[in-house]
Design a protein around this ligand. Structure first.
Ligand SMILES: NC(=O)C1=CN([C@@H]2O[C@H](COP(=O)(O)OP(=O)(O)OC[C@H]3O[C@@H](n4cnc5c(N)ncnc54)[C@H](OP(=O)(O)O)[C@@H]3O)[C@@H](O)[C@H]2O)C=CC1
Ligand SMILES: CC(=O)[C@@H](O)[C@H](O)COP(=O)(O)O
Ligand SMILES: [Mn+2]
Length: 379
């Protein structure tokens, strides 16, 4: 039986992970859960799965949950609570389904504790990829991708030699505004931006998908997971999200992974790897779909993706700044404080104000992250 610690259990990836557990209850034991502020949902989960530990964002929220938890379940809170959920139990695998670079300390703690990581929390790898991958290697810890594109690439690379990879191509749906020009983006609403054509996801990643920041983060995520150069990473618009990504080899063979857009497939693959099992998802019927479409990426239409490549290539502190500025800009857009196109403006302005420097320690990452957040909150 595999023991799971789940960071972000009340979110989109978190609840889908628990759905996988529900379909194979004999194979999994949920030993720790963390949520942010959805106390009632976490209490229901705790009473169902009876973990030894749960965590919420603040002491107040933890105090509210405490009287309703089963007798064997302890409650923690804040950053230390996340770290404890990630590292202090006998979990075999930690699913990082929390949103944002807030997941970094807990992910590092899980690596220190020798846990396998099922990584959904891409921001952690963007903000500190060199440190996370180095420590995972030193500790002999596997980082298994949950993100659909990276799971696809992982599956395409299975059994292949790294030297034979020519390029990896991340597919992009184009997001909620894929058929609009830039001029047509001026007055778009939060509600419109949250209406992703193919995937039902948390608010932040849905906005990232509309700005193409999500693909920018995924480009950096791919660089760290697969040790490829930025010149080898391509992005292709594929409106149907059926081909989840593909790898081109030196002999011009292309190996792709396909499926209906349902995150339970990559989530389960990270949990069962290297095994495969049936999932509670619909099979893909290509004849019923008939046609798939592709468009070249337009970097003028999606400048945030161009900026992501620039920050990725610059390396050092630049990706940390890109990620943190974006987290704040998206939160401001979701709060109704700024317009959709201001997200890109803020990103560019914060990156422009930053003097790239070496970040050799997690504390340095956190300092730069805080600096970028404070600038992004004001510009
Ligand atoms: N959704 C998807 O299909 C995909 C998501 N991802 C990545 O997975 C990660 C999660 O995304 P998604 O599930 O969509 O996000 P959601 O917003 O749906 O869920 C985020 C989770 O993080 C928790 N959380 C928020 N704030 C805090 C906090 N301060 N302390 C502790 N926990 C907190 C939330 O708790 P609460 O709700 O209780 O506040 C929730 O459980 C992101 O990094 C995203 O990029 C990657 C590929 C696909
Ligand atoms: C499901 C998943 O992995 C998301 O990251 C998804 O890729 C978002 O879709 P687009 O960024 O392609 O719009
Ligand atoms: Mn993705």
């Amino acid at each position: 039986m595999k023991k799971i610690a789940l960071l972000g259990s009340t979110g989109s990836i978190g609840t889908q992970t628990l759905d996988i557990v529900d379909h194979h209850p004999e194979q999994y034991k949920v030993v720790a859960l963390s949520a942010g502020s959805r106390v009632d949902e976490l209490v229901v989960q705790a009473n169902k799965y009876k973990p030894v530990l749960v965590s919420l964002a603040t002491k107040d929220l933890a105090d509210r949950a405490a009287p309703h938890l089963p007798s064997g379940t302890r409650v923690a809170y804040g950053e230390q609570g996340l770290i404890d959920v990630a590292a202090s139990t006998d979990a075999d695998i930690v699913v990082t389904a929390i949103m944002g670079s807030r997941g970094l300390p807990a992910t590092m703690a899980a690596i220190e504790a020798g846990k396998t990581i099922a990584l959904a929390n891409k921001e952690t790898l963007v903000t500190a990829g060199h440190l996370v991958m180095k420590r995972a290697k030193e500790r002999g810890v596997s980082i298994l991708p949950v993100d659909s594109e990276h799971s696809a690439i992982f599956q395409c690379l299975n059994g292949e030699r790294a030297q034979t990879v020519k390029t990896v191509t991340l597919t992009a749906s184009g997001g909620s505004f894929r058929d609009r020009t830039r001029d047509e983006l001026a007055g778009v609403t939060v509600e419109q931006a949250l209406n992703h054509p193919n995937w039902s996801m948390g608010a932040k990643i849905t906005i990232d998908s509309a700005t193409m920041v999500n693909k920018g983060l995924e480009v950096m995520e791919a660089k760290w997971l697969y040790d490829v150069d930025y010149d080898q990473i391509k992005v292709l618009i594929h409106p149907e999200s059926i081909i989840h990504s593909y790898v081109e080899f030196v002999d011009n063979s292309i190996v792709a992974q396909l499926g209906l857009p349902d995150m339970r497939v990559p989530i389960q693959y990270a949990l069962t790897y290297p095994d495969r099992q049936p999932t509670p998802t619909e099979p893909l019927d290509l004849a019923a779909i008939g046609k798939l479409h592709f468009r070249e990426m337009d970097y003028e239409r999606y400048p945030a993706l161009r900026l992501a490549f620039q920050c990725g290539r610059l390396g050092q502190s630049a990706p940390t700044v890109y990620n943190a500025a974006n987290e704040i800009a998206v939160a401001r857009f979701l709060n109704g404080e700024i317009a959709f196109l201001d997200i890109e403006r803020i990103l560019q302005q914060v990156v422009d104000r930053h003097q790239v420097c070496a970040v050799d320690h997690i504390d340095a990452i956190e300092e730069i992250d805080q600096w970028a957040r404070s600038v992004a909150a004001k510009v």
